[in-house]
Ligand binder design. Sequence first.
Ligand code: 13P
Length: 330
Amino acid sequence: TTTAPGTRASALHTTAAGLVGDGTGILAADESIATMSRRLSDAGVSPTEEHRRAYRELLVTTADLARGISGVILCEETLHQHVTDGRDFPTALAALGLATGVKVDTGTVPLAGAPGETITEGLDGLAERVADCAARAAVFAKWRAVLTIGHGTPGAWAIEANAHALARYARVCQDVGVVPVVEPEVLTAGSHPLEVCAAVTRRVLATLRRALDEAEVDPAGMVLKPNMVTPGSGAAPVGPDAVARATVDALTATMPDDLAGVAFLSGGQSSVDAAANLAAIRALPTPWPVTFSFGRALVTPALAAWAGDPEAVGAAQAALIREVGRNVAA
Ligand code: 13P
C-alpha cells in the first residue's frame, strides 16, 4: 500500500492498454442477478444461483478464449463463487490468461427531478468495495450509466448527474489501482433517426469529459465503453459506414487523444450487426485502440445452445468462440 503514485499510474496504463490492445475485446458476463435470472428463464433454465454459476463457468472455462478476449467482467455474485474444481473465478480466468473485472455499480433507480430517467447508484462505500474486488484479484471495474432518448430526454439534469457519478467512480477506482471501464449508455430504444442519437451521444460524452477532467481522472488509465451511434431500434437501420462515421465523429470531438481505448457495448444489436459496425469503425482512423466489450452479442447463441444441459457445454463454448472470432480485429 506504499506504491509510489508514478508506479501506480504506470500499472494502470499497462492494465488498461492490455484490455483493449491486440484486437482483443472484453466479455461482459456481469448481468445482475435479476437480469441473468430473466435471461435463464427465457432460455428455459430455472433461475437458480447454481444455474447462474454453471453458466458463467462454461463461459470462463472456454479453451482459447484468450485468443479474442483480454478480460471478463463478472458481477459480485460470481466473484464470490467457484468453478467445479474449487478454484474461484479470478483464478480460473487467470489460468486462461484473462483479466478479471467486476461490475461495481448497484444498478439504476429513478432520478428525482427527472421523470422517467434514472441515476446509477453504488458510490456509498465504493472505495472499500473496489479494494475488496482488488484483493480478490480484479484489475478492472465497470459502472454503467443509462440515458434514454424520448420526449425531452435525456435532460440536462440526468446527463449531469450520471456524468458526475461516473467520474466519482472512475477516480475512486484509479486511487485504488483498478482500471475503470466507464460506460455511459445511450439506449437504442425509440424510433429516432441516427442524427438524434449522434447529438445526444455527443452531449453525453462532452458532459462526461468535463466531469472526468474535474475529477482528474487519468485518461490513459481508463477505458471508455460507449454505445455506437445508430438509429433507434424502431427506426429504419443504416449501413455500417454511416454508423462508423457518426460514432467516430462523436468520440473524437469529445474524448482526449490519450484515452487508453474505446470498447463498445452491443446494446441489443444482433451479433452480425454489432460485428459489422465494429469493423467499419475500426476501418476509420482514431487516436486510440477500438474494440468490443459485448455482452448479448457474444453470449446469446451460447446460452441458447446450453439451455441448462450439461451435455451441451461443448456446443455452447463453440458458439461463444464463433461470436468472439467475428469481432476480433482482422
Ligand atoms: P451488451 O453488449 O449486451 O449491451 O452488454 C454490455 C454491457 O456490459 C452492458 O452493461
